[in-house]
Design a protein around this ligand. Sequence first.
Ligand SMILES: [Zn+2]
Length: 420
Amino acid sequence: MTDKELRMRQSVDSSRTSTPVELVNVTLPDGRRVDVLLRDGRIASIDEHRPDTGKSAHGEATSIQLDGALLLPALVDGHCHLDKTFFGAPWQPHRAAGSIRQRTVEERALRNEVGVSVAQRATALANRMVSLGTGHIRSHVDIDPVGKLDGLHALFEVRDAFRDRLGIQLVAFPQSGIVTAKGVADLLDAALSEGADLIGGLDPAGFDGDVDGQLDIVFGLADRHGSGIDIHLHDGGEVGTQQLRAIAERTKALGLSGRVAVSHAYALGQIDEHELARTAAALGAAGVAIMTNGPSRSMPPLRALREHGVRVFAGSDNIRDAWWPYGTADMLERATIIGLQAELMSDDDLKYASSLITDSAAEVLGITDYGLHPGCRADLVVIAAGSVPEAVAAHPERLLVVHDGRVVGPVPGVGRARWG
Ligand SMILES: [Zn+2]
């Protein structure tokens, strides 16, 4: 570390306390160069950048020079599986499996063999997320007849340990089904009683073979516990779209608009225009959001969904686990992947891709006071780019990560004299 880096480090270290922090010379998404004062976990003020005064306008604040780098609100990963990852463990070669059921059996065996606890692996991944500027995540956690609530309990610990660095929502996820898995409905009920934030679901038709049976339980538990819902739906074609419309109908009936999401919804990328219009209209009217990770096949058509008022948000889904050897946890890279799959090309398109990992995902996760205005929470990331389209296309280095007004990620030589 050079002297300059050491001084920078010391100055930033002091900002890990509750001292106000001033981010000097950052570029907002609209292109303005500004100085941003953070105090008590909030954005206190945003002022036009005052070049070269050499001094903070706010005497008591720790100033961090950022040389015009891009400021965004903290990135949001709307769908991941902290309990499944092999981050923090030795590399695990991917094993073939013929079906989802077979995969769950393989997964259980692999997770036992790996010899690193759920909490340790989840912690390694959560640390990586923080270092990449992710400030809020929604993680599903397996609830099944074998593991019962063990994974959930491990992730409660991780959620607590990361409270000042990363907001973690937990979805009680029935990886082995509900109707066809003995005791799981009761386990899901217990999970919500103990502090899981949302109730999950899994292919009501394809996995349980009983759409109403599974949805009765999922929506019944959500109603009873006042929780949101996030259902994994891989079922394709009209089998899938029928379930999407059934979910929309139940969402409306229970007044859960804005609190229900369907993850993947591959069916939306496999049907004709008429069926798409009908289903998207139902989702939009009911306030059911769709999560995508930018799959190589059956990508939900983002433009059509947007036209019908369907909120789309992004997530990593599997990050180096028994299902999928890939994944880096980088949400800017995820925006790149989605942009490539959806053929997003113009600057406006790339800004839309960015919204999937910021505003839209924050809205779905119900994160209040999210954004870049005075009064918003000081959960922020500074990126080595001059604009939002550049950040999406290049997914460059993160220079500084702030959570609740305190520096929690990348620093050495922060602005690196024009981003090093
Ligand atoms: Zn998933």
